[in-house]
Ligand binder design. Structure first.
Ligand code: GNR
Ligand code: NI
Length: 169
């Protein structure tokens, strides 16, 4: 059991583009377990490796009510996205306390390796579709606030920096 520190916006490391995983070995399985521990501890529905400063294409998700349905997506690729879009409120463990609407594909089909390194295909809609797209953005170095207006983003940046100053004081 290891809880990893989560990077907070506007940490520049959140803009790092993650590299594909070469082999799902013991090291990757340990990372996955630590990311699940960290996600559950933080009460999040998803976590991308980028957020714990590991720049590999690894995502963990659990959108179940009981918090007992972990999904592990390694080297995820969207193979299909619906033309239909939907705006939903999003939050992020790297931007705590901020929630705003983001437009995403309503449904996506994703191919990825699971924690055993086996290929899987996931058909997602509703919150799972939102979460997968949000996490895959993290792997590309993108945080959801980058979809908001420059004014909102600038206010969020100031608020986060002020909070981080106060935490340090
Ligand atoms: O815990 C999370 N909740 C959430 C709610 C709406 C849309 C996306 C998310 S993902 C977020 C966890 C997180 O920051 N993952 O990167
Ligand atoms: Ni996030």
């Amino acid at each position: 059991m290891a809880i990893l520190p989560i990077l907070c916006y506007p940490d520049p490391r959140l803009h790092t583009v993650a590299q594909p995983v070469n082999a799902v070995d013991e090291r990757v399985r340990t990372l996955v377990q630590d990311m699940l521990d960290t996600m559950y501890d933080a009460h999040g529905i998803g976590l991308a490796a980028t957020q714990v400063d590991v720049h590999q294409r690894v995502i963990v998700i659990d959108v179940s009510e009981e918090r007992n349905r972990p999904l592990v997506l390694i080297n995820p690729e969207i193979v299909w996205a619906s033309a239909e879009m939907r705006v939903g409120d999003e939050g992020c463990l790297s931007v705590p306390g901020i929630y705003d609407g983001v437009e995403r594909a309503a449904q996506v089909r994703v191919r990825a390796l699971d924690a055993q390194g086996e290929p899987q295909t996931i058909e997602a809609e509703e919150i799972l579709a939102v979460c997968i797209q949000h996490e895959m953005d993290h792997l590309l170095g993108k945080v959801f606030v980058e979809y908001l207006s420059p004014l909102k983003r600038s206010r969020i940046r100031s608020k986060m920096l002020k909070r981080q100053r106060e935490e340090r004081a």
